[in-house]
Design a protein around this ligand. Structure first.
Ligand SMILES: O=C(CO)[C@H](O)[C@H](O)COP(=O)(O)O
Length: 262
């Protein structure tokens, strides 16, 4: 095991490990994307190896599909699975209502489809992702490449009509070229600083022609598991209102490092 696991990776690991305790044999699972979700895939793979857990996973990106396959997590398409028991994913920001900003890893479209097709969504995160108000993290909006500059102008006009003060919108780049998502689209990042009414903004953005989906996840997440670098985890359930404090052994087994991601 690498001795130099950073506090942030420890926090992500313990959140992932605690969330994977919700998985039961026979479940169909949505597998999120990002560095925290990668820990979840590793923890899940460990339970499959050690306990013979039988699950099917629907990955939310080509990256997650590759990681899951490499670790022996059975992968199926959403069309094969049709409906899922549970999705576990990361997030870029989480507010007190468990509304989220997602898409920092450019996978928001598949992530939202998969999470919405699940009985339950658990978000795993380090404590830095918890915010009083969404919006400091730029809001990703997935747009089709055709006419993207017009779509971006329409997004900006919409922000003016909503009296949004900070409305700088930038096309996400991958080096010198636009970043292309798994669904062959582009991402426009909205630098809003604060989002006063996330529900309204999400609805309005999705009405703009050329916008495929936005990174606001409203009323989708059920449980948030927040990890800390010392092994503490806080589990918050929006439906029951329960908050539980827990502690997870901080030592990932050697096997968990058999692959790397993100
Ligand atoms: O939404 C996502 C990918 O589209 C990720 O879940 C989000 O960006 C968090 O990533 P990380 O766990 O690496 O901080």
């Amino acid at each position: 095991m690498p001795a130099d696991l950073s506090p942030i990776d420890k926090a992500k690991f313990v959140a992932a490990k605690r969330a994977v305790e919700y998985v039961e044999s026979g479940m169909k699972l949505g597998l999120g994307t990002g560095s925290t979700a990668a820990w979840m895939v590793r923890c899940l793979a460990e339970r499959i190896r050690e306990e013979g857990l039988k699950v099917k996973g629907v990955p939310t990106s080509s990256r997650t599909a590759e990681l899951a396959r490499s670790l022996g997590v059975p992968v199926v398409s959403l069309d094969d699975a049709k409906w899922l028991d549970l999705t576990i994913d990361g997030a870029d920001e989480i507010d007190s209502q468990l509304n989220l900003i997602k898409g920092g890893g450019a996978a928001l479209l598949q992530e939202k489809i998969v999470a919405t097709a699940s009985d339950q969504m658990i978000v795993i995160a380090d404590a830095a992702k918890e915010v009083a108000q969404l919006g400091a993290f730029p809001l990703p909006v997935e747009v089709i490449p055709f006419g993207w500059q017009t779509t971006k102008a329409l997004i900006e006009e919409t922000l003016v009509s909503l009296d949004v003060l900070n409305r700088d919108c930038t096309l996400r780049m991958n080096g010198d070229a636009p970043l292309v998502t798994d669904e062959a689209n582009y991402i426009v990042d909205l630098h809003l600083k604060r989002i006063g009414n996330p529900r309204q903004l999400s609805l309005v953005l999705n009405q703009i022609p050329g916008v495929v989906e936005n990174g606001l996840f409203i009323d989708i997440c059920d449980i948030v598991v927040v990890g800390h670098g010392d092994g503490r985890v806080t589990v918050r359930d929006i439906n029951s209102g329960e908050v539980e404090e827990d502690h997870i052994d901080l030592v990932p087994s050697d096997n968990i490092f058999s692959d790397s991601d993100d």
